[in-house]
Write a protein that binds this ligand. Structure first.
Ligand code: C5P
Length: 395
């Protein structure tokens, strides 16, 4: 467990305690800045081992050298990961014990960023995080909420319980290995003229979280994404599209080779019948746009003979379950995940969501939680349904 200099470091004794309780052996390494926020004595008490900070420490090196420590670890969890530490890691610096350990180890690295929301939004930080992600470092969070500095927004370190869960997930058996999974995510843009389009508030976060979770469990993922500003999860094949018709083409040319199709995209139901070639000029009067229906991608995939297992999403503002059941039946889906949108919390364009999963033989409520966690819980619900489908097909 690497602890760098952020106020969230005060939560690390609790994190270490939970990890030890879950059966892990924990060695804590702090940066110099981390010691401003958490005392080595506290971390030592909960891990049962001396806490290390210095690279050149003769006594420690004699007991367990830093290379040995790097080899010993099966995972390196940096929590909290400060903007400064993320920068050092992205640069491949080896100027203190923790950064050196990260370079010297073969173990998968997991980072739980924690910082002010403006720092998290800064382009330099975004670049560093994207570079680390591309190198296979897993980024856990951050969550949105009230920050120690009084701001509100993304930048909070995930809670210790969530980090323990993420680590457990990292050690879990690859239960989706051998499954090919096609996922749609994000909104679509339907052109009105060269500069304008019709869109919706979907961020794509739920679909990207599911893509990452399936990959994490060993599945082979193709992610067809509408216009979103999200990093591609490592190991996922991404196909970018803009309009519903492009999404339809991208999906239908691949759907037959898939075992599972998960439609999280908020596909525009209609598009302008005619796309103006030039920018439409403002006139005195009102303007009417004539709309025509887009193809229903999910319905088309569910209608394929020998097609994949299909999971649809139903975002509703009223009578959630009734509408979802109706969609399950009308589109002939294997399952549907219903979520309430338009309320105060959850749903579109935010970090949290709650889902009710319904299939012909049952239902399951997944309470409000981060979309990352929710993605794993959704896979837990789908696994027995997929196994059931596999066994009826081979029977
Ligand atoms: O009928 P409705 O649009 O509410 O259904 C939502 C579900 O259908 C979502 O899973 C969405 O991804 C999918 N869908 C689709 N193609 C459309 C419209 C919706 O795949 N044109």
């Amino acid at each position: 467990m690497g602890v760098s200099g952020s106020i969230a470091a005060y939560k690390t004794p609790e994190l270490a305690r939970l990890l030890v309780r879950a059966g892990a052996e924990v060695r804590a390494v702090t940066t110099a800045a981390a010691r401003q926020f958490v005392t080595p004595m506290t971390l030592q008490a909960v891990t049962g081992h001396e806490v290390r900070e210095a690279l050149f420490d003769r006594a420690h090196e004699a007991a367990m050298g830093h290379i040995e420590l790097a080899r010993w670890a099966e995972r390196i969890l940096i929590a909290p990961a400060s903007a400064g530490f993320i920068e050092r890691l992205a640069q491949g610096r080896a100027d203190d014990l923790l950064s050196t350990l990260c370079l010297a180890s073969d173990a998968p690295r997991l980072l739980a960023p924690a910082m002010n929301r403006r720092m998290w939004a800064d382009e330099a930080v975004r670049d560093n995080v994207a570079r680390l992600r591309a190198r296979g470092v897993r980024i856990l969070g951050p969550a949105s909420g009230s920050l120690a500095c009084g701001d509100e927004g993304p930048g909070r370190m995930l809670e210790p319980e969530e980090l323990v869960e993420a680590l457990a997930e990292d050690f879990a058996p690859p239960s989706w290995r051998g499954r090919r999974v096609l996922i749609t995510a994000g909104p679509t843009h339907e052109a009105i003229d060269p500069v304008r389009y019709i869109a919706n508030r979907s961020s794509g976060r739920m679909g990207f979280a599911i893509a990452e979770a399936v990959r994490q469990r060993g599945g082979e993922v193709t992610l067809v994404a509408g216009p979103v500003t999200l990093d591609t999860p490592v190991g996922v094949t991404r196909v970018d599209v803009e309009s519903a018709r492009q999404m339809y083409e991208a999906v239908m040319s691949r759907a037959r080779q898939q075992d599972v199709f998960i439609a999280t995209a908020a596909v525009a139901d209609y598009r302008p019948l005619r796309v103006a070639r030039q920018k439409i000029k403002k006139t005195e009067g009102d303007l009417s746009l004539e709309l025509t229906a887009n193809p229903d991608i999910l319905r088309a995939v569910a209608g394929l003979p020998d097609g994949p297992f299909t999971l649809g999403f139903a975002a509703e503002t009223t009578r959630l379950e009734a509408h979802a059941r109706e969609k399950l039946r009308a589109k002939r889906l294997d399952a549907i995940a219903a979520n309430q949108v338009g309320g105060e919390r959850g749903g579109f364009a935010c970090d949290e969501n709650a889902l009710t999963v319904i299939w012909p033989g049952g239902r399951c409520d997944l309470p409000m939680q981060s979309k990352q966690r929710l993605a794993y819980r959704l896979l837990d619900v789908l696994e027995p349904l997929l196994n059931e489908k596999d066994s009826t097909e081979t029977a």
